[in-house]
Design a binder for this molecule. Structure first.
Ligand code: 13P
Length: 250
């Protein structure tokens, strides 16, 4: 069974609710009949309602950019999976490099968030990826292995069913530098190998691994043509309806 690709937009800290509605007004007609790939948008929390209302009954799903490891409690500024589910959110990005870099996210907190997202029945998109110094020092494989092993720690194969992984080399995020299809493919194969070790080969064969890092309409086809690449996690180019639609239609 071929893996269905997931084309996901991570809006990061961009757009107001009105801008969100405007995006969907222009974006939805461009992807109305598209059923080859799954389409997902992850806006800021405050825009989730506008996004869910705009996308209701369409082929576009809505995800969050983070999720907490508890269902409720004294965790100022965090977001509960129960709250996300109550409003119709289906996916959650976990461990994005910007969370790791600026907000103290660690491999262990990624693991905690992943477990709770799976428990809640949400589809987690766990981000991994090396920084430039690590790549230049030949440490890419070690870093990806460590990030995967720790993220997957004590997650059962049965529970992991909905897991999605995104390989986002940090040096390619927002820089206009993309990993070559071959570089991405090699990293994805390594991640799939780690998943096979933890969850078994059958699971790993079905696991979707997205590529993220300066995906644009111009390079989407070459990246998405790699058998190891099961979709994209798009930052900047997902903010504009025409460019994100062009990536969806790669
Ligand atoms: P850019 O597509 O802007 O490089 O961002 C990638 C990313 O971080 C998606 O999560």
């Amino acid at each position: 069974m071929p893996r269905i690709k997931l084309i996901a937009g991570n809006w990061k800290m961009y757009k107001t609710p009105d801008q969100t509605r405007d995006f969907f007004h222009h974006f939805l007609p461009l992807v109305t009949h598209h059923d080859r790939d799954e389409i997902l948008i992850c806006p800021p929390f405050v825009d989730l309602h506008a996004a869910l209302e705009s996308a209701e009954g369409t082929n576009v799903m809505i995800g969050s950019q983070n999720i907490h490891w508890a269902n409720e409690g004294a965790f100022t500024g965090e977001i509960s999976p129960l709250v996300l589910q109550a409003i119709g959110v289906t996916h959650a990005i976990i461990g994005h490099s910007e969370r790791r870099q600026y907000f103290g996210e660690t491999d262990d907190t990624v693991n905690l968030r992943l477990k709770n997202a799976l428990e809640a029945g949400l589809t987690p998109i766990v981000c991994v990826g090396e920084v430039l110094e690590e790549r230049e020092a030949g440490l890419t494989e070690d870093v990806l292995r460590r990030q995967c092993t720790r993220a997957f720690h004590k997650v059962s194969t049965k529970k992991a069913d909905k897991l999605v992984v995104a390989y986002e080399p940090v040096w390619a995020i927002g820089t206009g530098k993309t990993a070559t299809p071959q570089m991405a493919s090699d990293a994805h194969a390594l991640i799939r190998g780690e998943a096979a070790q933890t969850f078994g080969h059958e699971f790993a064969d079905k696991l979707r691994i997205l590529y993220g890092g300066s995906v644009k309409p111009e390079n989407a086809k070459a990246l998405m043509s790699e058998p190891e690449i099961d979709g994209a996690l798009v930052g900047g180019a997902s903010l504009e309806p025409k460019s994100f639609a062009a990536i969806v239609h790669y």
